[in-house]
Structure formats: structure tokens, C-alpha cells
Design a protein around this ligand. Structure first.
Ligand code: PLP
Length: 440
């Protein structure tokens, strides 16, 4: 029988993991999962408080998704989408176009969020080149943005803690101030004063800007910075006025997370390009996509002999097994009315985080849809205390991962009332105890 923990430490390189701290820890080795629970090799169960990196929105081992994957593996495992097509990816593209914000009628597939973001940015830049405006080639993003870890995506986001060592090889985009509500001087009197920085930047650089990319309503990796949908609506209007494309990175917030199918729906906006990933396949297989308007797509047609082809693609683009998982996921959204169901955990979390926000040592708390977060104040030990909350929660059977001083819950949308109460009970207990220890 393999000693999994020992063999892991000998051979595995874990992403976003402090090696020393990890080696000292009796980390769980997960073997199976069901619903919102992960089970390790010792038989211990953990509530999945972050939907396994924000993607298992429908819970683990959903029978319909699993069955669809299994059936598809017997039919067609892989087939190229360059210059050819297959039935699954055609069905999926129609389904995605039908549920996406109006106008997003064309679907391009990639393998993970970062690669889809890069594709979207290339589409935006080439769109203007196709139209004979090659000088419109800059991308504007938000401070604190996170759009992935490939070099191009890092250039759009850039979080110093993560990306400082590679700063010299990254082509950084111009960034507008973040709508950072936790540290906003106008928090109680918000009329989107934070938008003025974005507006100024766009007006000054309209002639050279291809697109603005944002994570609508929540800058996730920066620390679950939830911000008003009206910001996105304003941005849409300004982009239209200034002839700049709007790219919505819905990799984290898409597929029901923010309380609507897409966060862009909350803002009642239609981006020119929308990027999805993570929960597209229920989080079961890697697949991402860029949805584009016909206007963007049509600009890539050969024009009077001028080649405007999109020379960009990935081997596993539109993989049939991943496509089957995605089709099944979208079917479950409809047949089980997941959006309606998600209101149960969302309401419970919202109320609980209002209460947590009043605990001494908590700077502020926030909630939207099925995401909720709070920031631990400097006096209460910031990131160290946040790490203590997570470590204590793990011992009590709840898996969470803080982002610096921010601790948050991002549970599967299908979390039921009693499971959510259990999760909040452990979270609240660990929060109170860790804060008490830090402040005494
Ligand atoms: C908003 C956003 N964009 C892009 C990415 C990158 O996706 P991936 O990790 O699949 O490359 C993430 C990942 O967390 C994300 O949250």
C-alpha cells in the first residue's frame, strides 16, 4: 500500500503552496468526494468551502455529469476542431450562445482560464487590426485584477505577492484604480466615485486602447473584492461611447456564482467578449471558452484577399469529453433550477457575514450570491490570523483557503440548509477563536 503523503512530498509540486509550511503539515490526501464533502485516505471528511478552487459549483460526483462523461468516453475521446467539427462541441456552442448575454453568439474553446483570457485579448487586439486600426492595441485592466498565470494573463492582472519575481518578463497593461469597497473612503456614501479613475484613463487613451478587461462584480484573487454591478454598467456605456471593446472575465463568477447565470446579467450588460472556464464543465474537466459577438467574429473573415484568420489554438480546444461534461452541467442548471437552489446558501451566508462583520478584529465583511468574505484587521493580525482560521477550520472538517487577510466562503451552489449551517458554524467558531487568540 502506497504511503501517499510521503510519496507526495517526494514527487509532487503543488501550485500556490508554501513548500516548507506544506511539508510540516499533516495535509489531507483526498480520495473520493460526494456532494459538498471531500473524503481523505484516512476516511476523514471535509466540507468543500471553496468549491475546489471555485469550480465545482454543482457539487462532486453529480450522477448526470459523471454518466455523460462516461458515455462520451465510449464514443469519441478527442477530435480536432481546427478545420473540422464534432457533434458535441456544436451542441455545446448552441447551448452557450442561448444562455449568454445577448449578442454573444460565437464560441471559441481553450483549455483553462488563463489560455482563454489570452485568446480573448488576442481577439480584441486583432479585431482592431482587422478593421485597419492597428494602433488600437493596448489593454486596460483593474488594479488588483487576476486573469491567470500565463505570462500574458499575468501582465493584465499582476498581483505583486504572486508575480513580483517575474515582473521583468511581463508586459504589464495600464491599470485603473480598483473598486475596492473594503478600503473605500466613500463606503457608506457610494456613488461609484471609484469609476472616475477608469473614466479618465479610457478617455485619455481611447485612440490606442483595444479593450478593457474586468472581472465583473468581484475581483476574486485580489481578496473577493465584491463591487457594485453598476460599475460594470457604467463601464459598458463608456466603452461603447469610446469605441473600446469590453471583455468580461467570468471565469470565477460565471455559472451562477454571483446570483445570476453570469455576473454581466446582474449589470444588465453585454460584453463584446466574455471568458468562461472553471465551472463550465461543473469543474470536472478542464475546458474554457471565449464568447464573442458576431461583429467581432465577422471581422476575422478573409477580406478582399487579406488574410484575417485567427492563428491561435490549443490541442484540446473543444475536447469531446469535456464538451459532454459541459453540456451535462448546463442541463443540470436547467433541470434542477440551480440558480433558485443557490439562494438558500446565499441567504444564510449573507446573514452570517453581516454578523461576522461586527466581531472585533474584523475590518469589513461582504457578500453577493454564493460568495462571502471578510477582512481581518491589522490589529487582529491580518494574514497570520486568516491562516490560523483556515488551519483550525481544517481540523474541524472545513476546507478553506484565505487570500492574505481575507477569509471567505465559496461553497458549491447546491449546498443545502443544514450543510450550510454546519459550514457557517465551523467558520464562525474558528473565526472567533482565532481572533480572540490574536487579540489577547
Ligand atoms: C477571474 C479569473 N480569471 C482567470 C483565472 C485563471 O484560470 P485558470 O486557473 O483556469 O487558468 C482565474 C483563476 O482563478 C480567475 O479567477
Amino acid at each position: 500500500m502506497m504511503d501517499y503523503r510521503k510519496t507526495d512530498l517526494e514527487h509532487l509540486w503543488h501550485p500556490y503552496t508554501d513548500i516548507l509550511a506544506f511539508e510540516r503539515q499533516n495535509f489531507p490526501v483526498i480520495q473520493t468526494a460526494e456532494g459538498i464533502r471531500l473524503r481523505d485516505t484516512d476516511g476523514k471528511e471535509y466540507l468543500d468551502g471553496i468549491s475546489s478552487w471555485w469550480c465545482v459549483n454543482l457539487g462532486h460526483n453529480h450522477p448526470h455529469i459523471v454518466k455523460s462523461i462516461v458515455q462520451q468516453t465510449h464514443r469519441l475521446q478527442h477530435s480536432i476542431t481546427g478545420g473540422m467539427s464534432h457533434t458535441g462541441v456544436i451542441r455545446l456552442s448552441k447551448m452557450l450562445s442561448d444562455i449568454a448575454p445577448a449578442g454573444l453568439n460565437r464560441v471559441y474553446y481553450a483549455s483553462d482560464g488563463s489560455s482563454a483570457v489570452e485568446a480573448a485579448v488576442r481577439m480584441a487586439v486583432q479585431y482592431w487590426w482587422n478593421l485597419g486600426l492597428p494602433e488600437k492595441n493596448n489593454i486596460i485592466s483593474l488594479e488588483g485584477a487576476y486573469h491567470g498565470d500565463t505570462l500574458g494573463a499575468v501582465g493584465l492582472g499582476f498581483l505583486p505577492k504572486f508575480h513580483k519575481p517575474i515582473q521583468h518578463v511581463v508586459n504589464r497593461s495600464v491599470q485603473a484604480p480598483s473598486p475596492h469597497c473594503f478600503h473605500c473612503p466613500y463606503a457608506d456614501n457610494c456613488s461609484l466615485q471609484c469609476f472616475s479613475g477608469m473614466e479618465e484613463l479610457l478617455r485619455e487613451n481611447a485612440d490606442t486602447t483595444a479593450a478593457v478587461i474586468v472581472e465583473p462584480v468581484c475581483q476574486g484573487a485580489a481578496g473577493i473584492r465584491i463591487y457594485p454591478p453598476e460599475y460594470v454598467a457604467k463601464l459598458r456605456r463608456l466603452c461603447t461611447e469610446l469605441n473600446i471593446l469590453l471583455v468580461a472575465d467570468e471565469i470565477a463568477v460565471g455559472f451562477g456564482r454571483a446570483g445570476a447565470m453570469f455576473a454581466s446579467n446582474l449589470a444588465k450588460t453585454q460584453p463584446d467578449l466574455m471568458v468562461v472556464g472553471k465551472s463550465l464543465t461543473g469543474g470536472y474537466l478542464p475546458m474554457s471558452a471565449v464568447l464573442a459577438t458576431d461583429e467581432v467574429y465577422d471581422s476575422f473573415r478573409r477580406d478582399n484577399g487579406r488574410d484575417r484568420t485567427f492563428y491561435h489554438g490549443h490541442t484540446f480546444s473543444g475536447n469531446p469529453v469535456a464538451a459532454a461534461a459541459a453540456i451535462a452541467t448546463l442541463e443540470v442548471f436547467e433541470t434542477e433550477d440551480i440558480l433558485e437552489h443557490s439562494r438558500v446558501p446565499a441567504e444564510l451566508m449573507k446573514d452570517a457575514f453581516v454578523e461576522f462583520g461586527g466581531i472585533p478584529g474584523v475590518h469589513r465583511s461582504t457578500a453577493l450570491g454564493c460568495m462571502s468574505a471578510l477582512e481581518i484587521s491589522e490589529q487582529a493580525g491580518s494574514a497570520d490570523t486568516a491562516a490560523a482560521v483556515a488551519a483550525n477550520a481544517l481540523k474541524m472538517g472545513l476546507f478553506i483557503r484565505p487570500l492574505g487577510p481575507v477569509v471567505y466562503l465559496w461553497p458549491p451552489l447546491v449546498t443545502g440548509k443544514s450543510d450550510m449551517e454546519e459550514m457557517l458554524g465551523i467558520f464562525g467558531h474558528c473565526l472567533k477563536h482565532s481572533l480572540k487568540d490574536a487579540m489577547c
